[in-house]
Ligand binder design. Sequence first.
Ligand SMILES: Nc1ncnc2c1ncn2[C@@H]1O[C@H](COP(=O)(O)OP(=O)(O)OP(=O)(O)O)[C@@H](O)[C@H]1O
Length: 282
Amino acid sequence: MIVAENVSKTFPALAHGQQSHFKALDRISFSIAAGECVALLGASGSGKSTLIRMMCGLARMDAGSGHIAIGSKLALQGNRFSDEIAQTRKITGVIFQQFNLVGQLDVLTNVLVGCLHTKSTFDVLFRRFTEAERVQALECLDMVGLGPQAYQRASTLSGGQQQRVAVARALLKGAKVLLADEPVASLDPESARKVMDVLFGLTKELGMTLVVSLHQISIARTYCQRALGMSRGRLVFDGPIADLTEQRLNQLYGADAQELLMNEPPAVLHVNESQSHSLVSA
Ligand SMILES: Nc1ncnc2c1ncn2[C@@H]1O[C@H](COP(=O)(O)OP(=O)(O)OP(=O)(O)O)[C@@H](O)[C@H]1O
């Protein structure tokens, strides 16, 4: 479902007052099968967000890089967007740490934003949505446990609820691939658990592919079977999350590994795959 081949990204930088460059991604290659749930791990600055931005087609790679394909369509090739990028963007939903909701609009309208790519500029400007779109958006809100909040202003929701609205928006878009960039980093443990339950439960139920960058190892261990581990722009681990030994965590996080493990919240209970998403409470 996702293939990355030889992905590199260099940013301009200053070193000792001189123009220089900084390699944020260095020849990254991996492939992810449909339906997989993969944790993207690594210390701050290791390149996780940059990689996610490439996968969702928000940024270009270096000239001479390989390619990124989503759902057998080419998104990026070398330093250019592919002709097929509209198709890869259409099936890719992105969830950021900072929810990206419009606070003064109601929750339902924020979800309806997920279908903007199917509408004309005129409809978008005047927020003209069909009854069918509204019904579908309400269904998506129900799926993340927020049906009753549909007509509340988005700004009145808690952080965890706002993140679930972002998930509902990706569902309405009909995304087959979900890329989540630190979706629970700013949430308390209980809200984080609810958001991860929704993300994990729905992606399993709908057969979506999930790549989620996380700072909390315990959350990654609870929900994901596989991890990609980044260090200084390089992919240094790709395998079952159970194989992430202390030695490998030291490689990923360096001197911060011990502190990170000591500050980990207790592992949350693994959501039962047969549990319905309707169990999620507001
Ligand atoms: N637009 C940019 N210009 C210059 N450098 C950048 C730019 N974007 C990212 N970088 C650098 O690239 C490196 C990787 O950044 P990135 O945000 O991908 O890391 P990350 O692993 O997601 O970190 P965090 O976990 O803190 O979000 C960092 O050193 C960052 O400063």
